[in-house]
Ligand binder design. Structure first.
Ligand SMILES: Nc1ncnc2c1ncn2[C@@H]1O[C@H](COP(=O)(O)OP(=O)(O)OP(=O)(O)O)[C@@H](O)[C@H]1O
Ligand SMILES: [Mg+2]
Length: 274
């Protein structure tokens, strides 16, 4: 479990804190979506989770290891994999499989173990067929999946992804999101997905909203994403499907809150008399 307890953070030279009194627990196996507008402190929070930044106040503790203690950092970073938005900044080698092998090589594993991990990680993200390709010839979504494989090959318990789809087109976004959902369900990897695409939060176990450095809401996707007014206040827009249901409600149709297209289609069919 990752415990964030009373965490505040200020960048040197900045007067006001960027994060204030953050308390959260990231439980093994869960898929947590973290939403927030530009500048709300999302990236700062992700960097605190693996000790890339140390809190100004409060503690971040990963499976009992406090990020304040320097001698814990290498173990913490092995447990908490961090992925950023731009895959071009994360791919270092000239061939896909070399890129994925880069991390495990630094762990000092045997050649056999490295080979097994690289093949496994590439197959999990559906990129094994591309193992001999140069990364720069791949699409954005494919590159990001290779970058995910690079982290997977380190076998982290937690994977924190900071807007991994923000540079991708809808197809690439879909590929990456699908990969993360499968990883979570099939490999049991804990996922913390930072995004400002509210739709990406609909399949999460839990959604959190960060606004002006504070956690302003935590709940199930249904609880959080149907609060159209609050989301608007926090600089976010509710998913289209929620807005559609709201419109239908203002027209006098009595619809329960839902997030899934299929359910909405069923309800509309019923409204239309089958
Ligand atoms: N290295 C830094 N030095 C000083 N201030 C910083 C630094 N990095 C971020 N900030 C400031 O901290 C605040 C939060 O930034 P952060 O990058 O954590 O937000 P974010 O939610 O990730 O934003 P975005 O959606 O744009 O990625 C912003 O006001 C930003 O200007
Ligand atoms: Mg950010």
């Amino acid at each position: 479990m990752i415990k964030v307890q009373g965490v505040g953070f200020s960048y040197p030279g900045l007067e006001s804190p960027v994060l204030q009194d953050i308390n959260l627990e990231i439980r093994p196996g869960e898929f947590l979506a973290l939403l927030g507008r530009n500048g709300s402190g999302k990236s700062t929070l992700t960097k605190l989770l693996n000790g890339l930044l140390i809190p100004s106040t409060g503690e971040v503790v990963v499976d009992g290891l406090n990020t304040r203690d320097d001698k814990n950092l290498s173990r913490i970073r092995q447990r908490v994999g961090l992925l950023f938005s731009n895959p071009d900044n994360q791919l270092v080698a000239g061939i896909v499989e070399e890129d994925v092998a880069f991390g495990p090589e630094n762990l000092g594993l045997s050649a056999n173990e490295i080979r097994d991990r690289v093949s496994w990680a590439l197959s999990v993200v559906g990129m094994l067929d591309y193992r001999k390709h140069p990364p720069h010839l791949l699409s954005g979504g494919q590159k990001q999946r290779v970058a995910i494989a690079g982290i997977l090959a380190l076998k982290p318990r937690y994977m924190v992804l900071d807007e991994p789809t923000s540079m991708l087109d809808p197809q690439g976004r879909d590929e990456v999101l699908r990969t993360l959902i499968d990883l979570n369900r099939e490999q049991g990897t804990t996922i913390v997905l930072v995004t400002h695409f509210v739709e990406e939060a609909t399949t999460a176990d839990r959604v959190m909203v960060l606004d002006q450095g504070k956690l302003v809401m935590t709940g199930s996707p249904l609880e959080v994403l149907t609060r159209t007014g609050d989301l608007h206040t926090w600089g976010l827009q509710a998913p289209e499907i929620v807005l559609l249901c709201q419109e239908l409600r203002t027209l006098g149709h009595n619809l329960p809150p839902v997030l899934e297209g299929e359910q909405v289609v069923k309800m509309i069919r019923t409204l239309m008399g089958g």
